[in-house]
Every structure is written in structure tokens, then in C-alpha cells.
Design a protein around this ligand. Structure first.
Ligand SMILES: [Zn+2]
Length: 345
């Protein structure tokens, strides 16, 4: 079958190739791929920044934002032929650590976790994939192609869960949230803020195009410059050190600043740690980072997507590339929000 693969840590190794269908352990769910989302992680993988092939192999099949239809499911697995599903990205480490043992590999302590399409397990960018039923999530069938947004949404479902858990340290009644960046991550974070009944503001440098429009369609306010008012929650989705500093300084006393972005080395900048410390100590601010998601967060994200307006979710997918033109899916074009590689016409 056809698959999109790389040789990890080798720039320019991206290719379409024929691969053998992997024989899964035990009694897996067999899934036919409908679509795979492409994100910054994929571009970093094909630039050779990181990535690991499965043990004993040179090749890694890409793809961690999946959407597929069940072809065959074991009896009593909770899945049936025809179910619309998404595969979990991160799998627990073999030790396992205390978090992985409890089904929280997103919080893995020893770094020996594996991730489909990223670290030591083939991804979903292949015509069929298999998985232990414990690593598959069933979606509302009405979501259709928008279900491919589940993986990025799961990361924000975790971010919101952690924000709310931190908020419980004292009496907390947040009103305003600022999201920095209107890419898929920022938009999913903003959508979940609107669903919580909060006043949502999104900072994004795009004056025109789909991003400001998608923000406004959510019922959130789009800002080209950092807003002058204080917010109770900030979801930082750009990784820009300057925006992180502004986010902490510009948030309300007792606020929670959640960092979800990775600016990379290109944004190397110094940070006034003394000022950050003063701001955090004197006004009880919290700054925390979050990555990945576990099953609980995928389930919360599936509920959030099911509650969202289907048309809006579909407009977040700004480019659909058929498998025959697969190379175009990995190009970054102006106005792109989410690009999806479609395995079916
Ligand atoms: Zn672990």
C-alpha cells in the first residue's frame, strides 16, 4: 500500500513509497485512512530536526493527525465496521513510569514514550493502519472530514483541563481569555474558550484572509496588536519570547498563562527573569507549558468538536490535497490554516 515516509534526520528524504501492511500485536482494529492533517511538526520532521524510525528500520511513516474508517474490529472492542475513528499519537513507555502506568503518557516522566509518525512507531500516512483498540477514539459520524481536527483539538482540551485544575487553587471566576496566534492550535483553544462562555480575544498578525474571519465567526474578537486590557487566561500558541513576556506582563493578577507553542531556535531572545519573577510572585501568576494529550483529552476534544458548528470546522481546513499530489500538502502557503492530505476523493 502507499505511504508517505521519511528517513528520520535526513533532509529531503520525504517520499511516497509502497510499504508492507504492518502486522499488529494481538487483536487490533483495522482502519482505512480517510485523511491525515499536516502541521509544523511534520515540516520539522522532514527538515530532519528530529524523528526516530521504528526499531530495526531506517524508515518512518509520517502522519500523526489521523482520520479513518474501521474496516475490521475485534468482537467486544467497542468498535464496529464503518466507525469514524482517530488514532492516539503517544503510547506509554515500556517501564512504565507512574504517569504512563495510569494512562497519562502525555505526562511521561522518562521520555521513553513512543509517538506515531514521530518517534519509533509508524504514523497514519498510509492507506491502512492498525491499532490496539485502547489507542483508537470513536467520533460522532456527522463530523466527517472535520474529525481530522481531533488530534490538534486534543492538545487544547488538555491545555484547558490543566488551566482549570490550576484555577482551583483559589476562588476563580475567569471572564476573559487571550489566545495568541490564529493557526489551528489557537483556533481550537479559542473555540473551547467560547464554548466555556468566556470572552475570547485572539491576537494574530493577519489582517485579511481566513484567520481573522474564522476568529470573528467564532464570536471572538480579532486583534492585530496586543490588547491593552488584562485577561484572566492566556493561551500562547506562537512560542515567540516577546509575546510570552507580554502575555505574562499584560495578564490580570492571579492569571494563568498556558504555553503551547514552540518558536524554535530561530526566536532565540533573552528574557528578563527578574521581571518575570516579580510579576509571578507579587500577583500569584502561573505560567505553565503543555504538550500532547491522553485518552481523556481526546474524548473531551471529541465532545468539543461535536458541539462546534460543522461548517466552521470545515472552514478551518483551508486546503485539501489528494494523495496523487501529496507533495503539495507539505508546502506552506499564505492563508493556510489546516492542510489535509486526502486518501479518498
Ligand atoms: Zn512514561
Amino acid at each position: 500500500m502507499r505511504a508517505i515516509a521519511i528517513t528520520p534526520r535526513q533532509t529531503g528524504s520525504l517520499r511516497l513509497e509502497q510499504v508492507e501492511e504492518a502486522a499488529g500485536d494481538g487483536d487490533p482494529v483495522l482502519v482505512r485512512t480517510l485523511a491525515v492533517g499536516v502541521c509544523g511538526t511534520d515540516r520539522e520532521l522532514l527538515e530532519g530536526q528530529y524523528g526516530e524510525a521504528p526499531p530495526g528500520r531506517q524508515r518512518l511513516v509520517l502522519g500523526h493527525e489521523s482520520l479513518g474508517r474501521v474496516i475490521r474490529a475485534p468482537a467486544h472492542s467497542g468498535f464496529e465496521t464503518g466507525d469514524l475513528v482517530v488514532g492516539l499519537v503517544r503510547h506509554p513507555d515500556p517501564v512504565p513510569c507512574a504517569n504512563c502506568a495510569l494512562g497519562e503518557p502525555d505526562m511521561c516522566r522518562n521520555g521513553r514514550y513512543t509517538e506515531r509518525g514521530i518517534k519509533s512507531i509508524d504514523g497514519f500516512c498510509q492507506e491502512h493502519w492498525q491499532s490496539d483498540p485502547g489507542f483508537v477514539i470513536k467520533l460522532d459520524p456527522r463530523l466527517g472530514l472535520a474529525g481530522v481536527l481531533l488530534e490538534p483539538a486534543s492538545v487544547l482540551a488538555k491545555a484547558w483541563e490543566h488551566i482549570e485544575r490550576i484555577g482551583l487553587r483559589s476562588r476563580w471566576a475567569p471572564r476573559r481569555v487571550l489566545v495568541t496566534g490564529a493557526g489551528t492550535v489557537g483556533l481550537m483553544g479559542a473555540m473551547m474558550g467560547v464554548q466555556r462562555g468566556l470572552e475570547v480575544h485572539v491576537l494574530d498578525r493577519n489582517e485579511a484572509g481566513p484567520k481573522p474571519r474564522l476568529v470573528r465567526e467564532l464570536g471572538a474578537k480579532h486583534h492585530l496588536r496586543f490588547p491593552a486590557f488584562e485577561t484572566d487566561i492566556v493561551i500562547e500558541a506562537t512560542g515567540s519570547p516577546a509575546l510570552i513576556a507580554q502575555s505574562v506582563a499584560g495578564s490580570a493578577p492571579g492569571s494563568i498563562v498556558c504555553l503551547t507553542g514552540l518558536g524554535g531556535a530561530a526566536h532565540a531572545a533573552s528574557f528578563d527573569v527578574a521581571a518575570l519573577n516579580q510579576s509571578m510572585v507579587l500577583e500569584n501568576r502561573v505560567v505553565f507549558g503543555t504538550v500532547n494529550a491522553n485518552r481523556r483529552h481526546y474524548e473531551a476534544a471529541a465532545r468539543a468538536l461535536a458541539r462546534a458548528e460543522r461548517g466552521w470546522l470545515e472552514r478551518v481546513i483551508t486546503r485539501k490535497v489528494p494523495l496523487a499530489s501529496w507533495e503539495q500538502a507539505y508546502e506552506k502557503r499564505p492563508g493556510d490554516v489546516k492542510t489535509v492530505l486526502c486518501f479518498e476523493d
